[in-house]
Design a protein around this ligand. Structure first.
Ligand code: ADP
Ligand code: MG
Length: 696
């Protein structure tokens, strides 16, 4: 329950700046800070001092173990716990934690996915501390956020490329800022991820194998009441949900996660939590912790937290809106400035983002691919997965005017004449109305709305940072040579907008017309998750990653392999779960119900010759039809799965899962859902959509 003093518990389980300053010898603190700022590895003497202070602090807080906490390529987070304990010969023990143990770990990581990067014989990789993300205590364990690499230096995780991309964008943004006469130590990519999720009763969750094993309902007839009324959005929060949210806030605050906003979302049982933004890598770490805590804390309240992108068919899915910007220590670079010079600077960064998004649409699309997100975007009955930018009318008007050398009079009557007048501040209200845009400018940041709710957003941010770094580099290269800087900047902004305005779209991103219009504009539109993954290995994109020092070609290829495999594995689990449920739960259930009806008919007739059994016969016939269909579609699904598993490479396998297995799953579901809608309520073995979503 809410503690009396939020301020006191905030960050109480974090080895943060405050603790370091208080506990480390001041020379150590200073050199640690300097090393971290320069992004250099810690030397062992320094690490030893930090480790011993960290250990004492952790033990005081009740920790007995430590772990290098990392993000393997497919999963969420991984940890292997080692205790601080070190036995003495005399039977006593001391608590040890050395600098070496802090800085470097060697998990036996042979079974983490590596996409062919390592043969098992040389499977060892190592983890290194990311000192820009604070260590924290969870479950009596000191968790040290780390990156995970192979002995040959290849990244085996999601954090390493993210850190590299942050460095790239910082370097290039600094070059551009220097041209505006601003010398800054670094530029941070900042992220504030809004996390959507569902909460249902745990007993309902446990009663459904599909939810337990795959996170989504693979069966379920449409309820009589859906989300049509939209009465849930921002509605009153249920008491048990409110208790969950308070508890969650508390636990997150202790971990230094700045959870700020919470509310109900559009769909029944759907909610959202938004933290205050932070540096990109920290925001990602915090989001991963948030998801873990959500799952754990829900249980304590008799609830189950569903982070899947599409847990219920026909009901809104969940996403993770990735708010992104670039900031110096004291200035948000996507905030329109107050002077003409600042306007130019703002516009150049804005232009870089527009160009980056247009040039690398396919990579952004790739970064959000997952089996779960496929039901939310690009898939059957889902909006198209086309990347476009929403600018808002005012800003688009300004950009068009700049591009065409015409005057634009903004509603506030401030004339925009680059270099002379001041750009208006964009009120958030002006820019945040379009909820159908995948990439929306919201006043002083961009909101990338395509990532799925369960996704690790390292990928999306790695792509954003890298692509923007690349465009900023191009700008810096050009502008550093310019004779008349102001003129050159204006020309560059104009050129960018002229060449890339096709990616700007303010209309309804979910409409059929947009899909047609986007095709006319030549925008990338790949509906298949499996095909969309190939963007990570096209020559143009490999060149981008290599040029920006974010991923080598080998690393790109291994990631491609891991992503394909992951997709196939998840679909495999879903298909097999469906088969098992259909054959062992649903068909037996309808059979039992039919038997009951048939027996009833016989009894009725025995009791009264010639009596009408029309209603029963109708159900019996219809249910027989559905049950036969379940049986046939299940057999067909099994054949498709066998075919997929027999495929000789992962691309082929992925394709079969997407193009054959998925439709076969839909057929089986259709048959089962039809059966559910006529089978006696007490005979259907699964909690229905109405039961799960509209409980009191
Ligand atoms: P909405 O639901 O209207 O999109 P929210 O308040 O739920 O708005 O979420 C906005 C998110 O954007 C918050 O996480 C916030 O911290 C984040 N944000 C604000 N400014 C920045 C910024 N400069 N960089 C990154 N994220 C930001
Ligand atoms: Mg939002």
């Amino acid at each position: 329950m809410a503690p009396a003093n939020t301020k006191e518990i905030y960050g109480s389980l974090v080895f943060n700046e405050h603790v370091m300053k208080e506990r480390l010898p001041s020379a150590t603190y200073k050199s640690l800070k300097a090393t971290v700022q320069r992004g250099q590895p810690l030397d062992l003497d320094l690490a030893n001092v930090v480790a011993s202070v960290m250990r004492d602090w952790a033990i005081e807080k009740g920790a007995t173990h430590y772990t290098h906490w990392f993000q393997p390529m497919s999963g969420m987070t991984s940890e292997k716990h080692d205790s601080f304990l070190s036995p003495n010969r005399d039977g006593t023990a001391i608590m040890e934690f050395s600098g070496k143990e802090l800085v470097k770990g060697e998990p036996d990581a042979s079974s983490f996915p590596n996409g062919g990067l390592r043969a098992t014989a040389e499977a060892r990789g190592y983890t290194t501390w990311d000192p820009t993300s604070y260590a924290f205590i969870k479950d009596d364990t000191l968790c040290i956020p780390t990156a995970f690499c192979s002995w040959t230096g290849e990244a085996l995780d999601k954090k390493t490329p993210l850190l590299r991309s942050m460095k790239a964008v910082s370097t290039q943004a600094k070059r551009v800022l220097a041209l505006f006469g601003k010398e800054v130590t670094h530029v941070n990519a900042t992220v504030g991820p809004e996390q959507e999720y569902f909460l249902i009763k745990e007993e309902h969750f446990n009663a459904r194998q599909d939810l337990v094993l795959t996170g989504r309902t693979l069966f379920g007839a449409t309820p009589a009441k859906g989300q049509e009324l939209e009465e849930h959005y921002f509605g009153v929060i249920r008491p048990e949900v409110s208790a969950f949210m308070k508890d969650l806030d508390n636990e997150l605050w202790k971990l230094g996660v700045p959870s700020k906003t919470k509310h109900n979302e559009v769909a029944p049982c759907q909610h959202e939590m938004a933290p205050i933004f932070d540096r990109c890598n920290v925001a990602v770490d915090h989001n991963l912790l948030t998801m873990e805590m959500m799952r754990k804390i829900a249980k304590k309240h008799g609830l189950a937290c569903l982070l899947h992108e599409k847990p219920f068919e026909g009901v809104n899915g969940s996403g993770k809106h990735n708010n992104w910007s670039l900031s110096t220590p004291d200035m948000n670079l996507l905030d329109p400035g107050a002077t003409p010079k600042d306007n130019l600077q703002f516009l150049i960064f804005l232009a870089a983002v527009i160009k980056a998004v247009d040039e690398y649409q396919d990579l952004l699309r790739m970064s959000i691919v997952s089996a779960g997100n496929e039901h939310r975007l690009g898939g059957h009955e889902a909006p198209p997965a086309i990347v476009s930018i929403f600018m808002g009318e005012v800003l688009e008007g300004i950009l068009n005017a700049i591009a065409s050398d015409s005057e634009y009079v903004v509603p506030a009557a401030a004339k925009i004449d680059l270099g002379v007048e001041v750009l208006p501040q964009f009120a958030k209200d002006d820019t945040d109305r379009n909820r159908t845009s995948p990439f929306a400018f919201t006043g002083n940041k961009f909101e990338f709305r395509m990532p799925g709710s369960s996704t690790n957003i390292s990928d999306a941010n790695t792509i954003l940072n890298t692509a923007v770094a690349k465009e900023l580099k191009g700008y810096a290269d050009e502008l550093e040579q310019a004779e008349d800087f102001d003129k050159a900047v204006v020309a560059l902004i104009k050129r960018t907008i002229r060449d890339h305005k096709r990616v700007i779209f303010n209309g309804n991103g979910y409409s059929k017309e947009w899909e047609e219009e986007a095709a006319r504009r030549g925008l990338y539109n790949e509906p298949s998750a499996v095909e969309a993954l190939s963007a990570i290995v096209t020559p143009k994109n490999i060149q981008l990653f290599e040029q920006m020092g974010v991923l080598s070609e080998t690393e790109c290829r291994s990631r491609y392999e891991v992503k394909l495999e992951h997709y196939a594995k998840l679909r495999h689990i879903e298909a097999v779960t469906m088969l098992e449920m259909a054959r062992r739960q649903l068909i037996p259930a309808t059979s039992a119900y039919m038997d009951k009806i048939a027996t009833g008919i016989v009894r009725k007739r025995k009791a009264m010759e010639g009596i009408s059994c029309k209603a029963e016969e109708k159900v019996l016939l219809e249910l027989t039809r559905c049950t036969d269909a379940m049986s046939e579609t299940a057999d067909h699904l099994e054949t498709c799965v066998e075919q997929a598993e027999a495929a000789c490479d992962s691309l082929e396998r992925g394709r079969i899962y997407r193009n054959k297995v998925l439709p076969a799953m839909e057929q089986l579901r259709a048959a089962a859902d039809a059966a559910e809608s006529i089978c006696g309520k007490d005979h259907w073995p699964l909690p229905s959509y109405s039961t799960m979503l509209f409980y009191v």
